[in-house]
Structure formats: C-alpha cells, structure tokens
Design a protein around this ligand. Structure first.
Ligand SMILES: C[C@](O)(CO)[C@H](O)COP(=O)(O)OP(=O)(O)OC[C@H]1O[C@@H](n2ccc(N)nc2=O)[C@H](O)[C@@H]1O
Ligand SMILES: Nc1ncnc2c1ncn2[C@@H]1O[C@H](COP(=O)(O)OP(=O)(O)OP(=O)(O)O)[C@@H](O)[C@H]1O
Length: 355
C-alpha cells in the first residue's frame, strides 16, 4: 500500500467516526422532532415493605421524594419506511448495530447512546435498557403501528444499582418525551397505566416531587409538600440488585412499626415524614460495607438523618445546608466512595420547554 492510499484509508475511517459521532451530537437533538427530558433521582423517605404476594411482588407503603440530581434524556423520533426498519432489524440480528426492535408490529427501531458520567462506565444492551422497554410498552399501549426510528441519548449522573431509581427515571422520561412527540398528554391514562406496569419507581417519576404510594409501590395515594433541604448521597463501589434485596428481606422480614406508619400518614409535608426503610437490613446483609457507610455518615457534623436509599447501595443524609452537604461529600469522595451534594426537589420526568 502506498503512503497516499494509507493516508486516504485513515481519512475515510476518521470521516466515518466523525459521521457516527455527529449522529449523537447535541445538534442532532435540536428541532421539532427532538426533545430534552429531565430525569431526576429519588430517595424513599419511608419504605415499608410488607408481605410477599402470590405474583412475587411485595406490598409496599412508601413516601418517595425527587432530588435535584438528574440524568438528561435526549430523544428524537423519525418517521421511517418499513424497509429502513427491516434493514436495521437485519443489522441488529447480525450483531452489527445495537438497536432494539419493539412496538406492536416490530415497527419501532430504538437506538440508545448511554453516556455514563458517574465514573462507572455503565453499559447496557439497548434491548435490556429500561428506556427501550418504556418506548416499546408505550408504542403498544397507543397502538402505534407505523415504522419509526427513536434515537435516545442518555447522560447519566445517577449511579446504577444505587436505589436512586435512575433506570426507572429514564424509563419515565422516555414515556413523557415520546408522549409529547406523539401528541399525547403525559397525564393520559394510557401513559400512567404503562408506567405503573413497568414499575413502582417509573409510576412515581411521572408524578415527582414528594408522594406517598401503595399497592406494590405503584399506586399514587397522595402528594406531600416537598422539602427544600439539602441532601448528601454516598455510595460504595458495589451495587445491590433490587430483586436480591427483596429475596434477602424474605428470609428475615421485619415490619416498620405502626407508630412510624401513622406518623408518616399524618405528615402533610416531606419534612414531617419520619425516615424508615425495612429493606436496609437485607441490603446490609448483601453488602456489609453499607453498615460502615451508615455509621460514617451518622458521625458527620451537619448530617441530620441517615437512611439507605431504596434497596441500596447509596445512603443519604439530610444536611443542614448545601455547604454542609458539599463538605461531607468531599470527605466521602476522599474515602474512595461515590458522593454528591444535592437537594430535595419538586422535579418530575418532564420535557424541558423552549428548546
Ligand atoms: C426498592 C424500590 O426502588 C423502592 O422505591 C422499589 O420497590 C423497587 O423499584 P424497581 O427497581 O423499579 O422495581 P421493579 O423493577 O418493579 O422490581 C425489581 C424486583 O424487585 C422485587 N420487587 C419490587 C417491588 C415490589 N413491591 N416487590 C418486589 O418484590 C421483584 O423481585 C422485582 O423483580
Ligand atoms: N437506563 C438505565 N440506566 C441505568 N441502569 C439501567 C438502565 N436500563 C437498564 N438498567 C439496568 O438496571 C440496573 C439497575 O439500575 P438502576 O439505576 O435503575 O438501579 P437502582 O437505582 O438501584 O434501581 P431502583 O432504585 O429502581 O431499585 C442496572 O444495573 C442496569 O443493568
């Protein structure tokens, strides 16, 4: 190969890489076919898990609160021909592209660019991504049979397997983003039912702010006044699988006391809800380092209340101020843990207007 041919080949490869990159650039998600959706994290102020039901799920009484910490989901919908979607399906089947096919007639091609900004380098095949599952479920619920390509770019700031609901929040963001593109209200009964069928956390993120939920955690009971307080999050390197935490819980189920449940039910605002999580013991049995994180956080000056986030492995503390939360987060980072200062928020999965 001459030097010139070699140089031309390299230029060709660079052009291909640039074209691929451009497909996912911020500019690609501008315009009428695209939306930017905020996708917040949550914590459970109260998580009271009850009996295991015949369907394998557990009764749950929970008060969830959205945080200011959030992922961002960029979403673009392009009408396509059936041939285009069929070609993408062929390439996906041959393992040449990571595109998941869904919708009522396999008519929806979904490509996902997951940009992990948490330092963990999360990688999830498109078909396993909760964001794809949400797109597939909504297309079916709305009976959308036309060929379409949905392109998603998910910028992740919420660590996975932290009990912060990141994946579920991304799913809710996709429901809301697609609903807006498909001319359906995010409060439409079919969107709400799709969220509830996906999971308790997805259902919560449609509502956001602070809310109490029952059933298996997916049935909205009431809305509470959000808190304005600061929060610090600390997570060791390991995660806790939610399903494994529930299994460990079944080996030693311990109910939240009736007095605490009554106090939570009587609280009109998030600040009045007593903190409790009866999954914490199970999570600590799976990841013993969690007990060390809890004890360390409880010892920090300026940390008011400490509780495991959902099924773990993040722990949160309510802080006296954002400055205190930042100081504690810095100290936690120096111990090798992931940590962030943030605050409670009234956010929900919602399209960012005016772009
Ligand atoms: C721990 C929480 O995050 C608290 O908000 C939720 O209860 C779980 O939320 P999630 O991760 O969205 O949960 P899902 O995806 O619905 O369930 C994951 C697994 O957790 C178990 N699971 C979940 C919810 C529930 N009420 N009972 C359960 O037993 C089931 O084994 C299920 O297969
Ligand atoms: N969009 C997504 N973001 C993060 N994880 C995803 C996503 N889609 C699928 N997953 C898978 O789900 C797993 C759990 O991720 P997630 O961030 O939802 O955990 P979590 O915060 O502990 O969940 P929850 O609080 O809802 O129990 C990940 O390990 C990953 O394999």
């Amino acid at each position: 190969m001459t030097e010139n041919t070699q140089r031309n080949r390299e230029a060709e490869v660079n052009l291909l890489a640039a074209a691929r990159e451009a497909q996912w650039s911020a500019a690609a998600f501008m315009g009428p076919n695209a939306v930017k959706v905020v996708s917040p994290a949550k914590v459970n102020l109260l998580l009271s898990i009850g009996a295991r039901r015949p369907d394998g799920y557990h009764d749950a009484d929970t008060v969830m609160h959205a945080l200011a910490l959030h992922d961002t989901v960029y979403l673009r919908v392009q009408p396509a021909s059936e041939d285009e979607v069929a070609q993408l399906a062929e390439q996906a089947a041959a393992g040449r592209v990571d595109i998941a096919l869904g919708g009522p007639a396999g008519n929806l091609a979904v490509a996902i660019d997951l940009a992990d900004r948490t330092g963990a380098d999360l990688s999830v095949p498109a078909a396993d991504n909760l964001a794809f599952k949400a797109a597939d479920a909504l297309a079916r619920a709305l009976g959308r049979e036309g060929a379409e390509i949905v392109q998603l770019r998910i910028e992740k700031h919420i660590p996975a397997e932290g009990g912060l609901g990141g994946g579920s929040s991304n799913a809710a963001a996709v429901l809301v983003g697609l609903a807006s593109q498909w001319g359906v209200s995010p409060d439409d009964a079919r969107v709400v039912a799709t969220a509830q069928a996906l999971s308790a956390d997805v259902a919560f993120f449609l509502q956001g702010g602070c809310a109490q939920l029952g059933g298996a955690g997916e049935v909205l009971q009431r809305i509470l006044e959000p808190s304005r307080k600061a929060v610090v999050l600390v997570k060791p390197a390991g995660g806790v699988s939610t399903a494994a935490a529930y299994r460990a819980f079944d080996e030693a189920p311990a109910p939240v006391s009736a007095a605490l449940l009554q106090a939570a039910a009587a609280a009109a605002s998030a600040d009045g809800v007593p903190l409790a999580n009866n999954l914490a013991f199970a999570a600590e049995s799976l990841l013993p380092e969690l007990a060390g994180v809890r004890a360390w956080l409880a010892d920090q000056v300026g940390a008011e209340n400490v509780l495991l986030c959902g099924s773990g492995s993040a722990t949160f503390a309510v802080a006296e101020s954002f400055a205190e939360a930042s100081r504690i987060a810095t100290a936690a980072l120096s111990r090798g843990w992931w940590a962030r200062p943030t605050s409670f928020s009234g956010l929900r999965a919602a399209v960012v207007p005016g772009r």
